[in-house]
Design a protein around this ligand. Structure first.
Ligand SMILES: Nc1ncnc2c1ncn2[C@@H]1O[C@H](COP(=O)(O)OP(=O)(O)OP(=O)(O)O)[C@@H](O)[C@H]1O
Length: 484
């Protein structure tokens, strides 16, 4: 069960309604009605979410959000307000809140936002959206993914054009599907076009359709993707690979809200939300003249940047377990993962991002000999796959970490000269060299209290716990009991 939600609300009837609704969803709620009490609770215990009113007896809930964000950077915040003004909305959004709900609000919507913010909807396979039963498996609660969810919630109630950016396999299409299914166009179709996979001479006819006789082979009228997506969402994947001529036509369509079928005489209006995606860096392409600048600005109304998997290591174990469950639903043997096995997966580089991890997990489910997959079983499949495994993080005193009086650049110089650790492993080794003295110092200061150490560091308690295991640091050694 996740940590409780802290609700700060001084209208007792609203507080009861919200608490009851959240508890009915199996969520734990702690309630208070002042900023002073809020800060006291936050300092005392870990919470999964702060749900706060604006006008409180002892101050303004938004004005003080900055301090909360500084002290608890990973805590998602949802603001509720009776001051239903644009100014409050802007201040709430600027404060970095995950979501803002003017009162009176729709309770179901609030619950949905709460679940999204704390990641429960993301960590379960979620088939609850969409009548066709299609799941929205956006797994991951790491801070970069929380930022992605925040952006997604901001575009659900409008039809703004979204540009999803990120390396291949980071989940761009999944984000587009999530926007479609959670937003207001779910009764219409979700039409995805991979512009890189269509031959250049066919792309305009694919997107905009063609009239009978428009070109040799056009024996019938063809309805293009823009029209097929009527009432729904058109997802233009790999937009960076679109030929120039098609870019021009696309720009014209976006500007006018009308399309012209190839060989057609009259423009027809289209009604589709446009979400585009690319794994390319479009700015150098604009410089090089291969991507239209005006089209870029048309598409880039709301950019959503998906982080590579290596920047959200915290999500790897959850994703791995999610894919094991998916593999079991797909008919592969049901498997579980030990903590050691999950840690080993977290140390892999996953250059192909979530897609690569997913493929690996499916192979693992197929090839493992036992139902419970341990680190040895993971290693065996990694080796058959020819993965170059990241070495274990250097234990203290191995001679491979910066020595006392030596700075990190000194150690880096030595590593580079000796080619050890190997390229590709330097970041992990440098992080270990930096984190080890940092964490031991903080544990020393807090007598081994991990929660306090994590709060002082401004990182999540679970992140600290995970890194301590990886670095083989035993917090017990710093507790008064451990030293005795
Ligand atoms: N956060 C996530 N939770 C669960 N599954 C995910 C997540 N992100 C990606 N996946 C899965 O990983 C695979 C790759 O995702 P997707 O196709 O959306 O990536 P992409 O960024 O669009 O890739 P490309 O740029 O190559 O088209 C899919 O099977 C998708 O379901």
């Amino acid at each position: 069960m996740s940590a409780p939600i802290l609700l700060v609300e001084d209208d007792i009837s609203i507080a009861i309604v919200i608490t009851t609704a959240l508890e009915d969803e199996g969520l734990d709620v702690v309630r208070c009605d002042t900023i002073e009490a809020r800060d006291r609770f936050l300092a005392k215990d870990g919470f999964s979410l702060l749900l706060t009113d604006v006008k409180l007896k002892d101050g303004d809930g938004i004005e003080t959000i900055g301090t909360v964000r500084d002290n608890y950077p990973e805590l998602p915040i949802i603001i509720l307000s009776a001051q239903n003004t644009l100014d409050t909305a802007v201040r709430a959004t600027d404060s970095g809140a995950f979501e803002y709900f003017p009162k009176p609000f729709d309770l179901d919507e609030l619950i949905r936002a709460v679940k999204q913010a704390i990641g429960t909807s993301a960590s379960r396979p979620v088939p609850e959206q969409g009548d066709d039963g299609m799941a929205l498996p956006l797994v991951g609660r790491s801070p970069p993914m929380q930022a992605v969810y925040r952006m997604i919630t901001r575009v659900l109630r409008n039809d703004l054009t979204v540009l999803v950016l990120g390396e291949s396999g980071t989940g761009k299409e999944l984000v587009a599907e999530a926007i479609h299914q959670l937003g207001g166009r779910t009764s219409g179709p979700f039409v995805a076009v991979n512009t890189a996979a269509i031959p250049a001479d066919l792309i305009e006819s694919e997107l905009f359709g063609h009239e009978k006789g428009a070109f040799t082979g056009a024996v019938n009228r063809h309805i293009g993707k823009f029209e097929q997506a009527h009432g729904g969402t058109l997802f233009l994947d790999e937009i960076g690979d679109m030929p120039m001529q098609a870019q021009t036509r696309l720009l014209r369509a976006l500007q006018s809200g009308m399309i012209l079928r190839v060989g057609g005489r009259e423009e027809v209006p289209f009604d589709a939300r446009i979400i585009a995606a690319t794994n390319k860096d479009l700015l150098p392409m604009i410089e090089a003249g291969t991507f239209r600048e005006d089209l870029y600005y048309r598409l880039n109304v709301v950019p959503i940047q998906l982080p590579p998997l290596r920047e959200r290591g915290d999500d790897i174990a959850a994703l791995a377990r999610h894919f094991l469950a998916q593999a079991a639903r797909d008919g592969l043997p049901g498997r579980a993962l030990t903590e050691d096995a999950a840690q080993m997966l977290c140390r892999q580089p996953w250059r192909g991002n979530v897609r690569e991890l997913k493929n690996f997990i499916f192979r693992l489910a197929l090839l493992a000999r036992e139902d419970v997959i341990d680190a040895k079983a993971v290693r065996a499949v990694l080796e058959t796959d020819g993965y170059s495994q990241m070495p274990a993080i250097a234990p203290p005193g191995s001679g491979d970490t910066p020595e006392r009086g030596d700075d990190l650049s000194g150690a880096l110089g030595r590593w580079l000269a000796a080619n050890s650790p190997e390229p590709g492993e330097i970041y992990a080794r440098a992080m270990a060299a930096f984190e080890r003295p940092l964490f031991t110092h903080m544990l020393d200061t807090t007598s081994g209290n991990q929660l306090r150490a994590a709060q002082m560091l401004g990182i999540n308690r679970n992140t600290l716990r995970k890194r301590l295991v990886e670095l083989d640091i035993d917090p017990e050694e710093f507790s008064p009991r451990g030293t005795g």
